[in-house]
Design a protein around this ligand. Structure first.
Ligand code: SAH
Length: 391
């Protein structure tokens, strides 16, 4: 593992303190990795040995998804940037060291185009004005680029010309979507959206499989490290060719589809977000897989129903959001009694809590703990854990 020696010096990012997104930027990359390793060891050492964290060779501009909030300052100047960590204040950012460079350039270009189209920014207090956020997603492997223009109000004058002007500057853009979000909410995207150009989604390739990604579907934001992460998850599953696999909290079906390609006999996936489930179903088709089915619903409800039906999967992948899993899910998992459980976690604290529950209420033991650095310069750390029964 070769690791970058480059250090983003404290303060060298002009908004390091104001933004708060890169909490570890004052540390060299090696120090960041040591910090994350220590965090995982502290939280998980009672379950077993923690493998050395896998870092990135080039830990910059790794984010394939970038979103910016838009506002107009007191002098009437249009600004765009990120919300200061934990607040509703926007910090102006034009080029960020962890975001995709092209995505950042597109956001600046949208901002510069607004006045010539007499388009304004949305004001959350008065509920007047137009543009609220811009979301850009880029498939690093395919080069496809999605731009989502999130507007507070529904009317979009000269939208075709606006899209044309943007595409003239960035022929890389493969789809443009307009999303309407008039609500008082922290969520970036509203319910209604329509495609202004292209197919309405982008595709990307991970671990040799092709995936469609819609505006609202979850997709890992660091594709280089996602291949490392999924590689470990598949290795831990130890698939031989006939296993029944459950992919829970499956998003657009990435882990289950890669497992199916690696010879799983049958795969079932469950996910709460309807748009992601639709992507997952299309993804199974696009990868010519017939032995895989996806369900929309709560993972806890699904696993409980499967346990009641006396379903006996061999391998269960679980990849819950930061809040971790639930007792309902974990108790049903124990009842189903799969040979192998692979837990992919983006929060070692809830991971420790859930492993505690599993090891105290069943004969499952933790066999391997592998941290992966998916989010360089931030405090976040991803971990894959292999569990199996007894012995
Ligand atoms: N395994 C996927 C997604 C992981 S992110 C991947 O690697 O890309 C976690 C996912 O869990 C998100 O897609 C989120 O929509 C979903 N989710 C959140 N709560 C859920 C619940 N209660 N039941 C099922 N899915 C849930």
């Amino acid at each position: 593992m070769s690791q970058s020696k480059i250090n983003i010096q404290n303060g060298s990012c002009p908004v390091y303190k104001k933004c708060g997104g890169c909490q570890l930027q004052n540390l060299s990359y090696e120090e960041q990795l040591r910090f994350k390793q220590n965090t995982v060891v502290r939280l998980l050492k009672s379950f077993g040995r923690v493998e050395p964290i896998i870092g990135m060779d080039d830990p910059y501009h790794y984010r394939n998804k970038v979103q910016a909030a838009f506002f107009t300052d007191r002098k009437g100047k249009i600004k765009s940037g990120v919300y200061q960590s934990g607040t509703h204040r926007i910090v102006s950012v034009d080029d960020c060291r962890i975001e995709d460079k092209l995505a950042d350039r597109i956001i600046v270009a949208v901002r510069k185009l607004l006045p010539s189209f007499r388009l304004t920014t949305f004001n959350e207090d008065t509920h007047k004005g137009f543009l609220r956020h811009v979301l850009v997603k880029r498939g690093f492997a395919t080069g496809e680029v999605m731009v989502v223009l999130v507007t507070g109000t529904p009317v979009f004058p000269s939208k075709n010309n606006f899209v044309k002007a943007l595409r003239e500057q960035f022929p890389e853009i493969t789809t443009v979507i307009r999303n309407i979000n008039p609500y008082n909410t922290n969520l970036v995207l509203g319910e209604r959206q329509n495609v202004l150009f292209g197919k309405g989604y982008i595709e990307d390739i991970l671990c040799g499989c092709r995936f469609r990604i819609s505006p609202k579907s979850f997709y890992q934001i660091n594709p280089v490290q996602t291949e490392v992460l999924y590689g470990k998850a598949i290795e831990f599953a130890g698939l031989r060719g006939s296993e029944t696999v459950l992919d829970t909290y499956c998003g657009i079906g990435t882990i289950g589809i890669i497992a199916a390609k690696h010879g799983a006999g049958q795969v079932l996936g469950v996910e709460l977000n309807g748009e992601a489930v639709r992507d997952a179903i299309q993804n199974a088709k696009a990868n010519a897989l017939k032995n895989i089915r996806f369900f929309k619903g709560d993972a806890g409800d699904f696993v409980q129903a499967a346990a009641d039906e006396k379903e006996k999967p061999d391998v269960v992948f679980m990849d819950p959001p930061r809040a971790g899993s639930t007792e309902k899910f974990l108790s049903a998992l124990i009842k189903m009694n799969p040979k192998t459980v692979v837990y992919v976690s983006c929060n070692p604290e809830t991971l420790a809590r859930d492993l505690d529950y599993l090891t105290n209420h069943s004969r499952y033991k933790v066999r391997k703990i592998q941290p992966v650095d998916m989010f360089p310069h931030t405090k976040h750390v991803e971990t894959v854990v292999l569990m199996s029964r007894g012995g």
